[in-house]
Design a protein around this ligand. Structure first.
Ligand code: CDP
Length: 133
């Protein structure tokens, strides 16, 4: 069983960073919270910081775990952590594009199936928390 950790990266003006997948074909073009697989023995927060350095060239400060955990195929468990950028400007190294979305835009994208299926589990919590900010 491996864990995949994703970042719910927020801006100071209440937006969320979404990354558009470029592979595999089944999910290419869909948007996700960026992240990747946790290495054996690695802490969740450390894994997220490593993945976001590799994929987006940013340093983040990691916060709390989001409530939902998603069981993916192939013995993978997907979790997400709140994060905010402390250094760097995000660059799409592995993704096709990046976008900062408002809560309304996030809801629209979820409603029109533009998110990676697993990530839709987080939408209610993401919207609730972002609206409180
Ligand atoms: O970078 P690495 O290969 O370690 O991980 P990945 O390919 O980005 O993600 C591993 C698995 O988690 C894939 O099946 C992704 O589709 C899935 N994933 C997801 O469903 N939602 C995310 N926000 C991130 C990854």
């Amino acid at each position: 069983m491996r864990t995949v950790v994703a970042g719910a990266i927020t801006s100071s003006d209440g937006r969320l960073l979404l990354a558009q997948r470029s592979y595999p074909v089944q999910v290419a073009g869909l948007w996700e919270l960026p992240g990747g697989k946790v290495e054996p023995g690695e802490e969740l927060a450390a894994a997220l910081r490593r993945e976001l350095r590799e994929e987006l060239e940013i340093d983040v400060e990691v916060g709390a775990l989001l409530a939902e955990t998603v069981e993916l195929a192939h013995d993978l468990t997907l979790v997400a952590l709140w994060a905010r950028i402390v250094d760097g400007v995000p660059r799409a190294v592995e993704h096709s594009r990046l976008v900062w979305v408002s809560v309304d835009e996030l809801e629209d994208m979820a409603a029109s199936n533009q998110l990676v299926p697993a990530d839709t589990a987080w939408v209610p919590e993401l919207c609730e928390v972002l609206r409180q900010r």
